[in-house]
Design a protein around this ligand. Structure first.
Ligand code: NAD
Length: 279
C-alpha cells in the first residue's frame, strides 16, 4: 500500500485515445512509466498525444483502429505486440453520443413546433450507430486484446460508463441504453475472467466538457445552454469536471497493488451528481 504508483513497462492499450479524456489518461500512464498504445479512428488526433508523450520522454505509439471492425483491431493487436508487447491494461474509451440519436425535446408533447425532431423521428441508423459505438466498441476490443492478457500479473480492463447508466438523461436514449449496457458488461466480464487473472471495472464520469458534448452544453455565443445550467444545478460541487480529475480513479482501478480485490465495480467520478436527488 505504501508503494508509489507505478505502471513501469506495463503495456496500456487505450481506445479513443485521440479524444480529450482518453488522451489525458494516456499522458498520465506514460508519465507513470507505461508503454501506451493510442488507438483511434482519427489517427492524427492520437498522433498529437503520441508526439506530446514522446517529447516528454515517454513511450507511446498511435495506431489507426476502428473499434467496430474486428479485422482492424486484430491488425493493430499484431502491431502493438511487435512494437510494445502484450497488453496488460485495456482502457475501452472510444464512445460518445451523436446528434442523429438525440431528440430536440426533453418531453413529448402533443403540440410540438413544426420541424421538431421527436422520439418518433429518430432513424434506426442513428440509434444503431450510437449503441454500437459504445457497446460493441467496448466488446470487440476486449475480445481482441484480452487474449494476450490472460495469466499476466495485474492484468485488467477499464470501461467507461456514464451517469446515464444509473438514470437516463433526457434526449439521448441510445447513449443512455448503451452506457447502462456497459456497466452491465463490466460486471459480466469481471465474473467471466475471474479465473484467469483479469479484473474488469469501470468509471462513470459525471459532466466534463469535451468535443462530443460541447454542442449540447454551450450556445453558439459560448454561454452555457439551458441544459448546462440544469446539469450544474444538479452537480452539488457546482462545476464541470476536468479530464485530469479522472486519473486518480483510473489509476486506483488499474493498479494491481491498490485494487487487487476490486472487481466488477463502476466508480462514479461526478462531483456528487449521482448522489443528489435535486432536493
Ligand atoms: P471525444 O469525442 O473527445 O473522444 C472520443 C474519441 O473516440 C475520438 O477521438 C474519436 O475519434 C474516437 N472514436 C470514435 N469512433 C471511433 C471508432 N469507431 N473507433 C475508434 N475510435 C473512435 O470524447 P470523450 O469525452 O473524451 O469521451 C471518452 C469516453 O468517455 C467516451 O466513452 C464517452 O462516452 C465517455 N464519457 C464522457 C463524458 C464527458 O462528460 N465527456 C462523460 C461520461 C462518459
Amino acid at each position: 500500500m505504501t508503494k508509489v504508483i507505478s505502471f513501469q513497462d506495463k503495456v496500456v492499450v487505450i481506445t479513443g485515445a485521440g479524444g480529450v479524456l482518453c488522451g489525458s489518461m494516456a499522458k498520465a500512464f506514460a508519465e507513470a512509466g507505461a508503454k501506451v498504445a493510442l488507438l483511434d479512428l482519427n489517427q492524427e488526433a492520437a498522433q498529437v498525444f503520441e508526439d506530446a508523450i514522446v517529447a516528454d520522454g515517454g513511450v507511446a505509439k498511435a495506431y489507426k483502429a476502428n473499434v467496430l471492425e474486428k479485422d482492424s483491431l486484430e491488425e493493430v493487436r499484431e502491431a502493438v505486440l511487435a512494437d510494445l508487447g502484450p497488453c496488460d491494461i485495456l482502457i475501452n474509451g472510444a464512445g460518445g453520443n451523436n446528434p442523429r440519436a438525440t431528440t430536440d425535446n426533453e418531453f413529448h408533447e402533443s403540440d410540438l413546433p413544426e420541424g421538431t425532431k421527436s422520439f418518433f423521428d429518430l432513424a434506426k441508423a442513428g440509434i444503431e450507430f450510437v449503441f454500437n459505438l459504445n457497446y460493441l466498441g467496448t466488446l470487440l476490443p476486449t475480445q481482441v486484446f484480452a487474449q494476450d492478457m490472460i495469466g499476466r500479473t495485474g492484468a485488467n480492463i477499464i470501461n467507461i460508463s456514464s451517469m446515464n447508466a444509473y438514470t437516463p438523461l433526457t434526449k439521448i436514449p441510445a447513449y443512455s441504453g448503451a452506457k447502462a449496457a456497459i456497466s452491465n458488461f463490466t460486471q459480466w466480464l469481471a465474473v467471466h475472467f475471474s479465473k484467469v487473472g483479469i479484473r474488469c471495472n469501470a468509471i462513470a464520469p459525471g459532466f466534463l466538457v469535451t468535443n462530443q458534448n460541447r454542442g449540447l452544453l454551450f450556445n453558439e455565443d459560448g454561454t452555457p445552454s439551458a441544459r448546462a445550467e440544469k446539469i450544474l444545478r444538479n452537480t452539488p460541487m457546482g462545476r464541470f469536471g476536468e479530464a485530469e480529475e479522472l486519473i486518480g480513479g483510473i489509476f486506483f482501478l488499474a493498479d494491481e497493488n491498490l485494487s487487487s480485490f476490486v472487481n466488477g465495480v463502476v466508480l462514479p467520478i461526478d462531483g456528487g451528481f449521482s448522489a443528489y436527488s435535486g432536493v
